[in-house]
Design a protein around this ligand. Structure first.
Ligand code: SAH
Length: 342
């Protein structure tokens, strides 16, 4: 019999499993708390359970923990990049960032990615598989244990496309915000997507309080399709309609990410068209000077170009920021995460 992935189970599912084992109800609470508050990695650590029960759990369930294969620490800003090894020998990366208000972890949702964005390192080898909810959680639990800190914010902006692993990501969100576990506020979670339109509609119906980030990167189909193959399936206008619906339904401001690539999407004309396309949508625009990935050959826009672009948008009334780059000396910035550290 295959062992069940216990860390991916909700409290209700765990309670049911405990009942089926003929154990009293309160055991589910104890086990859930060991898993999601104490974040243990083996049943042997559950010291308020009998040896027999621990063995029974070990026979029937598996705790998918991660091993730290490599850890790089930025000399500039203390950002830490982890290379984690999964149970099947695959690798993923996560990035721990320290801000004034606490720790944020950038987590991966897939091993690799199949979206094929031209400027991104995560997609270079395609996708290998989806991460289980437990493996997304474990990135947080392992980073917390390794640093002796509490992570208060999570961004789903690592390797992979979260909405391409929709069900597991939704379950991850349910578990990480559970008050019987880490109890991270939904408002402290950001989910970034390259624009899987039907899933944006589906997510809108859930009406979660998380921040939706949309990797827009261009104001028209011609440029966007040349940068992001996903745009050939769902074009800019279709994507923006889905975003508008999302903002209306959830009353949450969407954050548009726009990687500035020299000579590709950074002209005044692009800024003006972007302002026009976003009309009066409830949104924020985050400009990201494109990060170097040696295989892509993308060159970042100059400082002045970015400032001019930003000014045009601001004059039109948009809220704009230029993303501060963390961990650039360890290839831990946006679009630089891979299935193996280099
Ligand atoms: N697949 C999701 C989650 C990844 S988030 C998405 O596409 O949104 C990572 C963010 O970094 C995305 O906005 C992505 O477009 C951006 N990015 C990718 N490569 C980059 C690069 N080389 N420089 C700057 N940003 C990059």
């Amino acid at each position: 019999m295959e062992k069940r992935d216990i860390l991916s189970m909700t409290f209700d599912e765990l309670s049911e499993a405990v009942r089926e084992m003929g154990e009293p109800k309160f055991r589910a609470k104890q086990i859930y708390s060991w898993l999601h508050s104490s974040c243990v990695v083996s049943f042997d650590e559950m010291t308020n359970l009998s040896k027999d029960l621990r063995k029974k759990l070990d026979d029937n369930f598996v705790i998918f923990s991660l091993s730290i294969e490599k850890k790089l620490i930025s000399e500039y800003d203390d950002t830490k990049k982890y290379l984690f090894k999964l149970y099947d020998g695959e690798f993923i990366e996560s990035v721990l960032m320290k801000y004034k208000y606490g720790y944020t972890l950038c987590v991966s949702t897939q091993v690799g990615c199949r979206m094929g964005c031209r400027f991104c390192a995560s997609t270079l080898g395609g996708v290998v598989r989806n991460l289980f909810p437990s493996e997304i959680l474990s990135q947080i639990y392992t980073a917390q244990r390794d640093n002796g800190v509490k992570i208060s914010r999570v961004v789903l902006m690592g390797m992979g496309e979260p909405l391409d692993n929709y069900d597991n990501v939704m379950r991850f969100l349910e578990l990480i915000t559970d008050d019987k576990g880490q109890n991270i506020s939904m408002r402290h979670i950001s989910l970034s997507t390259c624009g899987i339109v039907p899933k944006i509609y589906e997510l809108a119906e859930k009406n979660l309080q998380l921040t939706l980030s949309v990797s827009l990167h261009a104001p028209n189909d011609e440029i966007r399709s040349s940068m992001m193959p996903v745009n050939k399936r769902w074009g800019v206008d279709e994507l923006l309609e889905a975003c508008e619906n999302y903002a209306e339904k959830t009353r949450r401001r969407i954050s548009f990410e726009y990687a500035m690539v020299n000579g590709v999407n950074d002209s005044d004309g692009c800024a003006l068209l972007l302002a026009q396309k976003l009309k009066n949508m409830l949104c924020h625009i985050n400009l990201i000077p494109v990060n170097e990935v040696k295989e892509t050959g993308c060159v970042r826009s100059g400082k002045e170009r970015i400032a001019a672009f930003s000014q045009i948008l601001e004059k039109k009334g948009y809220s704009v920021t230029v993303r501060r780059k963390l961990g650039s000396d360890i290839n831990a910035s946006c679009g630089q995460l891979r299935r193996g550290s280099r």
